[in-house]
Design a protein around this ligand. Structure first.
Ligand code: MG
Length: 408
């Protein structure tokens, strides 16, 4: 017989075990989430897991966490996933529709950690059924933020930000009323080139750009941190998540990555969230919200950190942040174009076919050319956002040879 336990209003006793779906389970956020879930056995039950292409890792993970459903994005990998799961009782599916199906399965919590525009439809599917969506997929907000937030509100979904800066803002915002917020401040580590001169940055190699001083993350976001495009995308995320005006979102470079975000209220009070730079902190916050669970991240020792420093971002050396702001102010499809161009550019840089400064140049050239192609229209649907994304990528590829030649 089960002991009678006190439960929070809104949670029935049967709900004490939370069901969680993990989209993008084999990536960096996915791995941190799995780590937390494994430490809290009995508290979480995994409904579905998904991955883009790594069927073997997905199958192993699905078995490990006892998922009921596993979906791989690449439909050619169905056979591989199916056979890797044989005898486990876990259902296998493949293709873009399978990722959406994973999001639609009846889990209370959905961790949306798919990388890139592929995360758009599944994130939206989770929001549209009113789930609690812990969103790590930036593209959902950058490419279709207005649409996503509107649909989430209509369906009664709760959106919890996983991104450390937005998670910090979410926590800090709870100190006051939304209408009393004067502005928010996102902190940026400044990346590996924070103190480098323009000439040094011009000669930066891939290996140097991949060495993030504080955070251990996937390659795409690590490069975005080096260009500061990551912060630019985060400004756009914050705009949608918290319904702010562009001039209510500031960025400050804070090399120690101890303060992740601050909210300034109208009376002059600043509320900040601090913690070790470990993604398991914001993920734990989202998984346990509105409660808390034990976090395995290293405890923050302020005396050891000793100094917290702050400086204005230098848009001269890091033009990507300025480009993102301009795209946000232009509105419509401009942020979608920015994101698509940046994904292509970072991919080319990772493949060593484009120099580091070429990333921003290529994004800038794409944004300029996008207006004439009608790509800066406001996306009316996810299909339209994806069409803008697709056409922007083609445009970026068209412009690539000229920019690559100039920036090499
Ligand atoms: Mg972040």
């Amino acid at each position: 017989m089960k002991a009678k336990t006190a439960v929070k209003p809104g949670f029935r006793a049967a709900d004490s075990e939370r069901s969680v779906t993990l989209l993008g389970a084999t990536g960096s956020i996915g791995a941190s989430t799995v780590d937390l879930i494994k430490r809290e056995r009995g508290r979480y039950r995994v409904e579905a897991v998904s991955a883009n292409t790594n069927a073997a890792a997905l199958a192993a993970l699905a078995r490990e966490v006892g998922a009921r459903f596993a979906a791989v994005g690449d439909e050619r990998l169905y056979g591989e996933l199916k056979s890797a799961l044989s005898g486990s009782g876990i259902d296998a599916a493949a293709g873009e529709g399978a990722l959406v199906e994973a999001a639609q399965r009846p889990a209370q919590w959905v961790i949306g950690a798919i990388t890139g525009a592929a995360g758009l439809r599944p994130s939206l599917a989770a929001a549209e059924r009113g789930a609690i969506v812990a969103l790590a997929n930036k593209e959902t907000l950058v490419c279709a933020g207005s649409l996503f937030m509107r649909r989430a509100a209509e369906a009664g979904a709760t959106v919890l930000p996983v991104d450390s800066e937005h998670n910090a803002l979410f926590q800090a915002m709870s100190a006051g009323r939304r209408e009393d917020v004067r502005r928010v401040i996102l902190t940026a580590s400044g990346g590996p080139f924070r103190t480098w001169t323009k000439a040094q940055i011009r000669a930066a190699t891939l290996e140097q750009a991949l060495k993030h001083p504080n955070w251990s993350m996937g390659p795409k976001v690590t490069i975005d941190s080096a260009t500061l495009m990551n912060k630019g995308l985060e400004v756009i995320e914050a705009y949608h998540l918290f319904a702010l005006k562009p001039d209510e979102i500031d960025v400050v470079v804070h090399a120690q990555s101890v303060i992740h975000g601050l909210v300034e209220f109208r009376d002059g009070s600043f509320i900040a969230q601090l913690g070790s730079p470990d993604m398991r902190i914001p993920i734990a916050h989202c998984l346990a919200w509105p409660e808390r669970i034990d976090g395995p991240a290293p405890r923050l020792d302020l005396a050891q950190v000793a100094t917290l420093s702050f400086e204005h971002p230098d848009l001269e050396r890091f033009p990507a942040l300025g480009l993102a702001r301009r795209a946000l102010e232009a509105g419509g499809g401009a942020p979608t174009v920015l994101n698509a161009a940046n994904e292509v550019a970072v991919g080319e840089f990772l493949a060593k076919r484009l120099g580091f400064v070429g990333i921003s140049s290529l994004v800038e050239a794409t944004l300029a050319a996008a207006v004439g192609r009608g790509l800066t229209r406001e996306p009316t649907s996810v299909d339209d956002a994806l069409a803008i994304d697709h056409d922007s990528r083609l445009l970026t590829r068209e412009l690539l040879p000229e920019i690559a030649a100039k920036a090499s």
